[in-house]
Structures are given as C-alpha cells and as structure tokens.
Design a protein around this ligand. Sequence first.
Ligand code: NAD
Length: 414
Amino acid sequence: MATNALQTALDQFDLVADRLNLDGGLRDVLRSCKRELIVHFPVRMDDGTIRVFTGYRVQHSQARGPAKGGIRYNPAVDLEEVKALAMWMTWKCSVVNIPFGGAKGGVACDPKALSASELERLTRRYTTEISILIGPDSDIPAPDMGTDAQVMSWIMDTYSMHKGYSIPGVVTGKPINIGGTVGRRDATGRGVLFIAREVARIQGYPLKGATVAVQGFGNVGAVSARLLAEEGCRVVAASDSHGGVYNPGGLDIPKLLNHKQESGKVSDFRPGEAVSNGELLELPCDILVPAAMESQITAQNAPRIKTRAIIEGANGPTLPEADPILHERGVLVVPDILANAGGVMVSYFEWVQDTQSFFWEEAEVNRRMETGLVRAFNDVYALSQREEAEMRTAAYMLGVQRVVEAITTRGIYP
Ligand code: NAD
C-alpha cells in the first residue's frame, strides 16, 4: 500500500473537509504533517560488515496532545506510507477522544532476516536518531508491523540510558514488568467485542447466538474470536494466511486456538471444511470481522458479501470503492479508526499509569476502555444518522472536527 496510502489518506480527508466546510487554510494545516524526520544510520551486522538503514518518524499533529503512533519494520516502509499512517493516527485518537495527536515511524528493513542482536543494535541506533522527537510529553511510539514488546523494551532502555534515569512512558506496548499495562494484549480484540455488542443492539438482535466470521487469526482476530465465542456468538469461520475453516454449526474456538498453536494453521481444523480467504468474506453471517490485512473487501467482492455488519479489526481492510456498494446493500461498516481503537485506548492507559507510577487492575483497564469505546461508537452512529452518512464518513467527521476545534481554540502561533 506504500505508494498510494498517502493519496488515499488525503482523498478521505478532502471528502470530510468538504462536508465540514473547512476553511482553506485549516485544510492545508491538516493536509500537512507537522514534522517529518528521515534518518540514515549505520548498523554493524553479525559478520562485522556495516549496513546503512533508512528510518522515519513523522508527527502529523500535536494539536490535542503528544503525538502517538507505532513503529513499523518492513521493507516497503517509505516516507509517504509513514505520513499516511501518522495522519490516520490523528483521526483515530481524536474519534475515541484520547488526548493524543498522531505520529508514525518505521525502518525499511526485513526484521525476519536480522538476528536478534542485529535487531537490537538497529533499534537502539534508530531510537537514538529519532530521540530528538520522541519523549513521554512529545511523541510516544508503540509496536506496529514487525515490532513487538521486545523492541519497545530496547527503545525504552535506550531513551532512558541517554537521560540517565528510567522513563517508561516514552513507549507503550512494553512488557508488564517494565511499566506495561495489564489488558494490552487483548485490548484490540476486546474492543471488537464491545463494538459487536453495540452493533447487535442497534441492528436489533441478541449477540448471543449471532454468527461471526473472522479473517485473520493473530493478535486481533484470535482474541476477537475467543471473546465473541465466550459471549455466546457462533463463530462459523476463521482463517489465517494459509486459508480458513468453515463450520455453519460453529467452530470450537478453544480447540481451534490449541490447534493453531500446535500446527501453525487453522485451515485443517475439523469438524469444518476448508475455505479460502476470499470465500470466507462471502459466507453468510451476522458479523464479519476482517482482522488480517488491508484491501480485502473490494468493488469485486462487495456485491457478494452476505453479512449484516463489518467490524474492521484490521487497518484499511475495505477499499474506498467498496464502501458505497456495502452502504447501498445495507451492510453497516464500523470503520477501523473506531473498531480497532481499543488498542490505542489501552496504550493511552499505559502511558497514564507510567506517568503516575500507579498501576491499575485489569478490570479497571477494561471498564474504562468499554466506557470510552461505547461512547465513541454512539457519537459516531448518531452523527451518521444525522448526516445520513456512512459510519466511516461520520467517524472521520468527528475526528477531524475535534482536531480543528483544538487548533482554533489554541490559535495560530504567533
Ligand atoms: P498478527 O500478525 O498478530 O495477525 C495477523 C493474522 O493475519 C495472522 O493470523 C496471519 O496469518 C493472518 N494473515 C496474514 N496474511 C493474510 C492473508 N493474506 N489472508 C488472511 N489472513 C492473513 O497481526 P495483528 O496484530 O492481529 O494485526 C492484524 C491487523 O489489525 C493489522 O491490519 C493491524 O494493523 C491491525 N491492528 C492491530 C492492532 C493490535 O493491537 N495488534 C491494533 C489496531 C489495528
């Protein structure tokens, strides 16, 4: 998605800016990223050679608070992609009303091709290069594709070594023993459950007994499937990168989780029949949760999708041209910036706990996330009804409007 992600982000923004009648100057402010840093830095490889890597850190907006956004290690990372992802983070934090702006970072590399010690040296040097931007009050990274809790630990340690004391609040998604929060690992999937409850309520059926299909069985997909099954849903299909499995009577999710852990895939789980990832999207169900990757629902398959609602666990699973087709067919689409925001909400709670050096019980983390996410869902739903707009448009309108209000209240310096 690297080359056209920025164009997509700008097109989406322009559409919403038109609906909000945004003034031309404010439009330009929000179409631009506040800061864009590109760093080229050397890393000594295990065989003694030196390789130069390119990394990025972009802050789109800090109007509502410190910038927040993940760090991606992937060969396709480039400035345009990072800018688009930073802009999306601004809207995501704003729509769920947490006091953060948007940022994103990344290093163009293949983390699977690096040894653990190479990855550590790369991370520590990249952290040092971007340390002129990041900090607990300015810009707080988190994991994204290709990075994990271990990478966050190295970032936190490197930043702290430079300052001379421990600063856990510089990153979120850390291990619990160094200032991470309980509830972070399940947060995005749990958020999907809270959204599913609201969807069933407004569509007028009990969530217990509702049928669900989940594409992707990783952090977001597997947790969503487990929690929805515990809620009494019939999870009829699940998939991973090898393909999927379908059982209209409902899959035994605890057994499927074990099977995935042992065999590495879900497609050969029985009882059930194998389906492709494309077929899974077109199965009849009440709720479809795409939780794998972007660009899965297209103008081609949208006319064949037989679900009442799509809850976007993944980022960008629906192409813009599929949205009007789904809308016309009465499929409710809960957009990614709302549907998967449970993760960033709990990241915010992690930062709050680090800042106060006071740690909460998991029940409190979950309760606060539920309150915030349900409120955001209902705000967006009400706006979509009032404006006769899709949920995606309404979510962007709400997110953009709050950032505009913050800029207007603060005024343009000097
Ligand atoms: P993950 O790596 O844990 O899991 C991804 C899953 O998708 C795996 O089961 C993988 O096998 C599967 N997959 C990969 N390619 C596929 C394909 N072509 N077809 C079907 N399945 C495929 O990743 P994750 O953390 O669960 O993230 C999934 C999506 O959710 C991404 O879009 C991510 O940006 C988004 N997201 C994640 C979080 C979070 O907290 N982890 C938060 C917000 C958004």
